[in-house]
Design a protein around this ligand. Structure first.
Ligand SMILES: NC(=O)c1ccc[n+]([C@@H]2O[C@H](COP(=O)([O-])OP(=O)(O)OC[C@H]3O[C@@H](n4cnc5c(N)ncnc54)[C@H](O)[C@@H]3O)[C@@H](O)[C@H]2O)c1
Length: 392
């Protein structure tokens, strides 16, 4: 199958490319290198050493993974995206090419606009290009579990049965996101449902939990690391906790730490996405998967990380509860369904503590780099203080 990965240079995009190439798929990659640029602007960097796209492609080829065609550009530019789709005519698209940081989107109006316009614009360009050029292709789009928020009832996979004033229907589950970034994904979801309705495009909308980890089978085999961000803007919870634990810094739990979210390892994320591509939806189908292995509270995660760091490195790691920079419930019910990927054949790979050990060992290997990033680890971006025009 010919698969276009939009966002191929990213944390998930690069290991997914190696997995798909290794399974004999022809991969086309698109990326504007947006994340590299924005991460360097906050004086941060990947803790793991990452090669340029050109070097990655060369090494992947030398390692026997095959050739990969790469297009550098912005999916929010319609002419650029149309040209790529016209030239390559993929059978499937994995769309990862969006601004993916909740804190970044909450810095101020400029960043909020950038997140909303760029993410919604890119996805809109893609569904138009698909309709016009490859209407039978499959789009697998990355959304987030954060689209749902934390309602006081079970969360279904996209749709639920409702009985209201004596009448019944199956409707999209209401969304209540917690940052402009998460809302950009909700708007994408609405637009995808509409594109499916009017043009019958085949779409899988993946509500993915927080991804953690440094390793997949291919990263281990070829030594071609993916990025690993740990700063307060671009790093995600568990990856940040592991880095703090290696450096002997307090683990930064926000608020009471009882917030509960779905998590999955990078290896499992790649397996699920591969499965979603290889087992595509029916003609004209729009399907939604909730993609995570288990849900954990922040307190449960910080406890596991501090325990493992003590056992591995004899580090006594403190857990520090910061005033919560986010506006979110700190005590809530959380029970999202997540059976559809398992029904499709997905089996989680390793346990969370095993994965945490791997991250701790990898971060320890690149400890000097992590130490250089000391100044950008502490939380600074505060939701309630997001800057409007006057403040800039
Ligand atoms: N990592 C997670 O925990 C997680 C969880 C849920 C959902 N997601 C979603 O999965 C996707 C990939 O996440 P990631 O962690 O790999 O992020 P990432 O930032 O590492 O990767 C995204 C890639 O897309 C590129 N990109 C961004 N905007 C672009 C544009 N307009 N045109 C072309 N390229 C562009 C970036 O340069 C980057 O290489 C994102 O959409 C993200 O929202 C990630």
């Amino acid at each position: 199958m010919k698969v276009a990965i939009l966002g191929i240079d990213g944390y998930i995009g690069w290991p997914l490319a190696m997995r798909l190439m290794g399974r004999g798929h022809e991969v086309v990659g698109v990326d504007s290198l947006y994340t590299r640029k924005r991460v360097s602007e906050v004086n941060s960097d990947s803790v793991t050493p990452i090669l340029s796209m050109e070097e990655r492609i060369k090494k992947a080829e030398e390692g026997g993974l095959g050739k990969l065609k790469f297009y550098k550009g912005d999916v929010n530019e319609p002419d650029f995206l149309y040209n790529v789709v016209r030239e390559t005519k993929p059978d499937a698209f994995v769309h990862l090419a969006e601004q993916r940081s909740a804190p970044y989107s909450m810095i101020g109006l400029k960043q909020a606009r950038e997140t909303l316009m760029q993410n919604i614009g890119g996805t809109l360009n893609l569904v138009y290009a698909m309709k016009d050029i490859v209407p039978k292709a499959h789009l697998l789009k990355l959304g987030t579990m954060g689209e749902y928020g934390t309602p006081n009832i079970d969360i279904p996979e996209g749709f639920f049965k409702i009985d209201y004033n004596g009448r019944q229907d199956v409707l999209p589950f209401p969304k209540f996101a917690g940052s402009w970034y998460h809302w950009s994904k909700v708007h994408d979801t609405n637009n995808l449902m509409f594109a499916n309705k009017v043009w019958k495009l085949k779409i899988t909308d993946v509500m993915q939990g927080v991804v953690y980890g440094t390793e997949t089978r291919e990263i281990k085999k070829h030594g071609l690391y993916t990025r690993f961000d740990i700063d307060e803007v671009w790093g995600t919870a568990l990856n940040r906790f592991c880095t703090q634990a290696v450096l002997g810094y307090p683990l930064s739990a926000y608020g009471k730490g009882n917030q509960r979210r779905g998590f999955l390892s990078l290896e499992d994320s790649i397996s699920c996405l591969t499965l979603g591509i290889e087992k595509e939806p029916e003609e004209g189908e729009y399907r939604v998967y909730n993609q995570f292995d288990e849900h954990y509270s922040i307190n449960e995660l910080t406890e596991i990380v501090s325990k493992r760091a003590k056992e591995l490195f004899h580090n006594e790691v403190e857990i520090k509860h910061y005033p919560n920079p986010r506006v979110e419930k700190e005590e809530h019910y959380y029970n999202p369904e997540h059976s559809k990927l398992k029904e499709l054949g997905y089996k989680p790979s390793r346990s969370l503590p095993e994965d945490i050990d791997t991250i701790l060992r990898d971060v320890n290997r690149f400890r000097e780099k992590a130490l250089e990033l000391k100044k950008v680890i502490e939380p600074k971006t505060v939701w309630e203080k997001s800057k409007g025009l006057a403040a800039n």
